[in-house]
Design a protein around this ligand. Structure first.
Ligand code: PMV
Length: 344
């Protein structure tokens, strides 16, 4: 028998065929880094990681189920996406469709408020927003853990952007590899000052860079071991509101991660001259009595952890040190959430 036309379908089925959901999520910056996978397909990390979700650079994503479409359509920052970007989002939607027992294609419209692919965690906010919007559009209602697990399958760090404030992603096996909120002392009042020294897309993806590091760097295993100890120590520091201890641990963890990359064969190097200028300035701030500690991800940009009360002084120092850089002050931001029909 022929399929009934959309017009003759019951109203509820037709509405479901056009169902959509919009979600917003913020990037997170790891203080204890995720670097290296134990399972590439399942996005399982080799180590636990811990991050702060920011209150800047959100991603807003709308997913609309389109029963009549032969393939998914992705509009990314106002442009029709193709190539690797479309392939990655389609593969993620396939996962959501399998979980929902559905087959219809979707239209995804997504917009990043910050730069994309520049080591500013756009993939974390991006896949957290996509996971929540796609789950909503396909009629899934995951709890926070299930959502974190789902977001992880798009980009590992996205598992942490499901939550606001500080989050810990347990390496785990598939079912227990999710993030959860980490309580911190109310007196902590942290800020992250982000120095964007280069907003362009990175030359080597974090996926490829971590693969090469794990496979070839003699420094990888020692870093992974010490990262476990860093995590224990930073949790204690955050819990007692000791920003200086947390900052020192975060900085050594990040520089250690970059050391593993520099020792990879061939080397992976995200540092630029301007990154080093900013790192020097952070050290000088500390010598001058201002608590400031740097962290860097898979890109040349530098994020500086400090007390909220010092953030204006730190931002001014970074602007002076790197005049070409755009400097943003971020505080702890909210977890991923669905917007209502009016976009609120
Ligand atoms: O999840 P990905 O592929 O964006 O990798 C993130 C890797 C780092 O940003 C360098 C570290 C981290 O934990 O976010």
């Amino acid at each position: 028998m022929a399929e009934p036309s959309t017009a003759s379908r019951p109203a509820a089925a037709a509405a479901a065929a056009r169902a959509g959901a919009t979600a917003v999520a913020h990037p997170n910056i790891a203080l204890i880094k995720y670097w290296g996978k134990s399972d590439e397909r399942l996005f399982l990390p080799r180590t636990d990681s811990l991050s702060m979700t920011l209150d800047v650079f959100p991603t807003t994503t709308r997913v609309t189920v389109d029963a009549g479409a032969a393939q998914d359509t992705v509009v990314f920052d106002g442009r029709l996406a193709g190539g690797e970007r479309l392939r990655r989002i389609t593969a993620f939607l396939d996962l959501v469709r399998r979980q929902a027992g559905r087959a219809e294609r979707a239209v995804v419209v997504t917009r990043n408020a910050g730069p994309t692919g520049a080591g500013l965690a756009s993939s974390a906010s991006g896949f957290a927003a996509l996971a929540l919007a796609a789950a909503g559009a396909y009629g899934l209602a995951p709890d926070a853990r299930a959502l974190s697990r789902l977001a992880r399958r798009g980009s590992g760090s996205a598992s942490r952007s499901v939550f606001g404030g500080f989050a810990l992603w347990h390496a785990g096996a598939d079912a227990d590899s999710f993030a959860e909120p980490v309580p911190v002392a109310g007196s902590l009042e942290p800020a992250l000052v982000v120095a964007v020294v280069d907003a362009g897309p990175k030359a080597l993806s974090s996926r490829e860079a971590m693969r090469r590091t794990v496979a070839t760097s003699p420094l990888y295993e020692p870093w992974a071991r010490s990262s476990g100890q860093d995590l224990v120590e930073i949790r204690a520091a955050l819990g007692r509101g000791d920003l200086a201890a947390a900052g020192e641990i975060a900085e050594r963890n990040a520089l250690g991660m970059h050391a593993t990359m520099l020792a990879a064969r061939p080397a992976v190097r995200y540092f630029r001259p301007a990154s080093l200028t900013v790192l020097d300035r952070v050290a000088a701030l500390r010598q001058g009595g201002v608590g400031a500690w740097a962290t860097m991800d898979a890109g040349p940009n530098v994020k500086v952890l400090c007390h909220r009360a010092d953030s204006a002084v730190v931002a001014a120092a970074l602007r002076e040190a790197a005049p070409g850089a755009a400097v943003h002050v971020a505080g702890p931001g909210p977890g991923a959430r669905l917007l209502d029909g009016a976009g609120r």
